[in-house]
Design a binder for this molecule. Structure first.
Ligand code: DAH
Length: 307
C-alpha cells in the first residue's frame, strides 16, 4: 500500500497494536489492493477502523469508513485522448463532481471546500471539508489512484486508471442528522436511540445540555531518551490515557500553554481537559477522582513530572 515504516498509520502513537505483528485496521484503504487484485473495477467497502487520535467532538478511537474505488474504461478515458495530464484532470473532475454531488444530494446546499493533502495511495490527493456548526470538518480523503497501487494489485497501471475515496461515516451522519458529538453514536440512552428509525432522516433534538467542567494538568516533559525512544512523549499517549480513565465522559482536550525553561531547556506543557456527559450531570467528586487518576497515571506511565 506504499506505506513505509515511517508512516503514521504504522506508528504506535497513532494506532492500536494487538501485538508486535498485528495492528487493528487503521483505514479501509488497506483493502484496495486485494480487491483490485480480485478483478473488481469499481467497489465500495465498509469497515470499522481504529486510531489513537485527538479528543474532540469529531474524533473517536473507533469509527467507520466507506471506501470507494472506480477504474475508468478506455471509452471513459477517451476524451482525454491518451494525454496523461488530461486523463488526470478528467479523473479528478469526475471524482470531485461525484463527491460534491453526494454531499449536496444528502445535505442540500452546503458550504464545502477542497483542501490539498498527501496520502500514500493517491496522487494528487485531497480532502473535502464541510461547514458544520460553524467549523470546518473533514469528511473524506480521496485522490487519483497511485500507479503503484495498480501495479501491486498485479494490474497494468498504463491501462487501469481511476480514483479512490474514503468517507468517515460517523461524520457524514453527524451532518445529516445534526448530531453534535461523535460520542453520541455510542450512547445507550433511549433519548438518543429513540429519535431514529431505519429509512428516516431527522434532525437530532438535543435532550439536554449538561454543563462541562474542565481541569488543567501541567507537567514537565520527560527528556528525550535513548534510541528506543522510550521516554519520548507523544500527545496521543496522553489522549489515550485520558480516554482510558474517563471513557466517554471526556469531551475535549487542548494544549493551553507550552514553554521551554531558558536555563534547563526543559519543556513544560499545560493541557485543559473538558469533562461532560452526554446523558447526565457529573458531580464534582466524580470529576476530581477522574482528574486525580489522570495525574497519577501520567506521572507513572508517561514519565512526566507534574507541576
Ligand atoms: N485512508 C484515508 C484516511 O483514512 C482516506 C483516503 C484518502 C482514502 C485517499 C482513499 C484515498 O481511498 O484515495 O484518512
Amino acid at each position: 500500500m506504499r506505506i513505509g515504516p515511517e508512516h503514521v498509520s504504522r506508528q504506535p502513537s497513532d494506532t492500536y497494536y494487538v501485538n508486535h505483528d498485528t495492528v487493528l485496521r487503521t483505514h479501509t484503504s488497506a483493502h484496495q489492493v486485494e480487491l483490485l487484485q480480485s478483478g473488481l473495477d469499481r467497489f465500495l467497502v465498509v469497515g470499522d477502523v481504529y486510531r489513537r487520535d485527538e479528543i474532540d467532538r469529531s474524533h473517536y478511537p473507533i469509527f467507520h469508513q466507506m471506501e470507494g474505488v472506480k477504474l475508468f474504461t478506455p471509452a471513459e478515458l477517451a476524451p482525454a485522448q491518451g494525454n496523461p495530464d488530461r486523463e488526470l484532470q478528467l479523473i479528478q473532475d469526475d471524482l470531485k463532481r461525484g463527491l460534491e454531488g453526494l454531499a449536496t444530494h444528502l445535505f442540500g446546499p452546503t458550504e464545502m471546500r477542497w483542501v490539498e493533502e498527501y496520502f500514500p495511495f493517491t496522487e494528487p490527493s485531497m480532502e473535502l471539508e464541510i461547514q458544520f456548526q460553524n467549523e470546518w470538518m473533514e469528511v473524506l480523503g480521496c485522490g487519483v489512484v497511485h500507479p503503484e497501487i495498480v501495479a501491486n494489485a498485479g494490474r497494468n497501471p498504463n491501462q487501469d486508471k481511476g480514483w479512490a475515496f474514503g468517507l468517515g461515516l460517523e461524520r457524514w451522519a453527524m451532518v445529516l442528522f445534526d448530531i453534535p458529538d461523535i460520542r453520541l453514536f455510542w450512547s445507550q440512552d433511549e433519548r438518543f436511540s429513540s429519535q431514529f428509525a431505519s429509512g428516516q432522516i431527522v434532525s437530532f433534538q438535543p435532550y439536554s445540555k449538561y454543563p462541562p467542567c474542565y481541569k488543567d494538568i501541567s507537567f514537565w516533559l520527560p527528556p528525550t531518551q535513548d534510541d528506543n525512544d522510550n521516554y519520548q512523549f507523544h500527545v496521543n499517549d496522553l489522549n489515550e490515557l485520558v480516554r482510558g480513565v474517563a471513557g466517554d465522559l471526556v469531551e475535549q482536550m487542548e494544549l493551553l500553554d507550552e514553554f521551554t525553561h531558558p536555563k534547563t531547556q526543559k519543556v513544560s506543557q499545560c493541557y485543559r481537559i473538558y469533562y461532560r456527559s452526554m446523558d447526565r450531570s457529573l458531580t464534582n467528586a466524580e470529576i476530581d477522582a477522574l482528574q486525580e487518576e489522570v495525574r497519577r497515571l501520567a506521572e507513572s506511565e508517561l514519565n512526566v513530572t507534574l507541576r
